[in-house]
Design a binder for this molecule. Structure first.
Ligand code: XMP
Length: 518
């Protein structure tokens, strides 16, 4: 793999994704990994990420100097570039001149080296730094400069060591991806032969080895991750898999049917559906605090799932085989964010449902733990899952329960389901499904406003549209949807959803707003 060494913030994940977009497999390592640990991974290249620190700060993250001596090609980015400069005998100056945001970069005339080859002499890059490299290490060529950074990039082709002050992984750096690809394919000579499809064969083999001929269960949530994880396991062990779907009554219109029909039809998987609507709504009665709602939904979910699993285990034991394995759709960002994880036993909060118990007796099967969401979608397509499943927008485990501001009741859920279906239908009709990350539709059940409909006064509730664009849900911007689409949605909702007399648009980015309202 190419190893991305993480100096903090969220840069490393983004770099790892961009490397994979260049068809090279990548993994993230913590900055305190030793040279021996790095070498043990047999890396074909190393990228040092940016980070929020200054190399001058006490306790700022450092790098085992042995890593630069491994003979593995290295690209340092931003903070990683400065760490390299320092360790290789260059100079980093505390100039006090901060560069932040889009910056004009000047490529040294006729001398962009392999890294900047084929790029214009003047280009826009995205910078975020306080310190600057003031002198390149001996034997290194300076490839570019910017208004406050005399050394904005350096290279030693001989030692295969490279560095850039800007962030090539960020889209605002116009030629950023090209810098990464030049490093990977040309400087380091790594072939572009990895793609998510390769993962299927490898994972199928791995799953077979892990599960053997035992039985395995998987909780389907209706979301992409659990669907693809289940499909991979099914491909590996066929009928040994049973899927469990808990219908908690907080789903969107048609969702339960879609899981039952579309998914089962496409895969032929054995599915047990549990109707737990009454149980969930009873438990939520009278509760309007968001955190309390989340906790109740998480708790009820676990209870239902455990009961279902128990029933299956009993059934299984009667013919002699207990269920030992549980499939989880854990993705790479979850693994990285939880500090690497060990793979079995210690379950962190289930991101789909709000927490499985720590003393769960199952061994986990997590075939997606090295993958990003877009890669999971690609694999789902390759496995032949229907597009409605694969391109589904992210939907939170607590479902519509956290999209009703106020108490959750069946009546309110029914209203919200209609409004949500209208929004989804119109977005799809406008061809915008791939433009947005997701569009929560929120019912402000605790708010009322005066309206006029027909000849009469109304006193109804507002519906909030929250369309967002994002790459990973960590940050997001509100999507500038076309006015005519917004007008159509507003018209339809106020006409078709009883009790709703106003539609408002959420124009807040994340941060400061989260994507969901609760
Ligand atoms: P926020 O609201 O934190 O959401 O900006 C970020 C992303 O996570 C989804 N989300 C959840 N997903 N269980 C989930 O599986 C949850 O409890 C949950 N809460 C938020 C949200 O839809 C968005 O994609």
């Amino acid at each position: 793999p190419v190893l991305v060494i993480d100096f903090g913030a969220q840069y490393a994940q983004l770099i790892a994704r961009r490397v994979r977009e260049a068809n090279v497999y990548s993994e993230i390592m913590p900055h305190n990994a030793t040279a021996a640990e790095i070498a043990a991974k047999n890396p074909v290249g190393i990228v040092l990420s940016g980070g929020p620190s200054s190399v001058y700060e006490e306790g700022s993250p450092s790098l085992d100097p042995g890593i630069l001596q491994l003979g593995v090609p290295v690209l340092g980015i931003c903070y990683g570039f400065q760490v390299m400069a320092q360790q290789l005998g260059g100079e980093v100056a505390h100039t006090g001149k901060r560069e932040y945001g889009s910056t004009e970069l000047t490529v040294s005339t006729g001398n962009g080296g392999v890294l900047l080859d084929g790029q214009p002499d003047a280009q826009t890059v995205w910078m975020s730094h306080g310190d600057s490299v003031s002198k390149a290490p001996e034997g290194f060529e300076v490839l570019a400069s910017s208004p406050s950074t005399p050394v904005a990039a350096f290279a030693s082709d001989e030692r295969q060591l490279y560095g850039v002050q800007w962030h090539p992984e960020v889209k605002h750096s116009t030629f950023g991806q090209q810098v990464l690809e030049n490093f990977l394919h040309r400087a380091a000579g790594i072939p572009d032969d990895w793609n998510p499809g390769n993962v299927i064969a490898e994972q199928v083999e791995r799953i077979r080895a892990q599960i053997g001929d035992a039985r395995v269960i998987c909780g389907l949530s209706g979301g992409v991750d659990s669907a693809v994880a289940a499909a991979l396991v099914q491909k590996a062990v066929g009928d040994q898999l049973t899927c469990v779907f808990v219908d908690h009554g907080l789903l969107r219109q048609d969702e339960a049917r879609q899981v039952q029909e579309d998914y089962v039809q496409a895969t032929g998987v054995r599915l047990v559906t549990i109707d737990a609507e009454a149980q969930f709504l009873d438990a939520l009665a009278g509760v309007s605090d968001p955190e309390q709602k989340r906790k109740i939904i998480g708790r009820e979910f676990i209870r239902t799932f455990e009961n279902a699993a128990e029933a299956l285990v009993l059934e299984a034991q009667s013919d002699g085989e207990a269920i030992k394995f549980l499939v989880q759709g854990t993705l790479y960002p979850d693994v990285v964010e939880s500090g690497g994880g060990t793979g079995t036993a210690n379950i962190k909060s289930h991101h789909n449902v709000g927490g499985l118990p720590d003393d769960l007796t199952f061994e986990l099967v997590e075939p997606l733990r090295t993958l990003f969401k877009d890669e999971v979608r690609a694999i789902g397509r390759e496995l032949g899952l229907p597009e409605v499943v694969v391109s589904r927008q992210p939907f939170p485990g607590p479902g519509l329960g956290i999209r009703i501001v106020g108490e959750v009741t069946r009546e309110r859920l029914d209203l919200l389901r209609i409004a949500d279906a209208i929004v989804r239908e119109e977005l799809t009709a406008a061809g915008l499904d791939n433009e947005i990350w997701q569009c929560p539709v929120v019912l402000l059940a605790d708010v009322r406003s005066v309206g006029v409909q027909g000849d009469g006064r109304t006193y109804g509730h507002p519906i909030v549209l929250r369309p967002v664009s994002s790459e990973d849900a960590m940050t997001a911007d509100w999507t500038r949807l076309p006015y005519d689409l917004l007008a159509r949605v507003s018209n339809r909702i106020t006409n078709e959803v009883a009790g709703v007399n106003r539609v408002v648009l959420d124009v807040t980015s994340k941060p400061p707003g989260t994507i969901e309202w609760e």
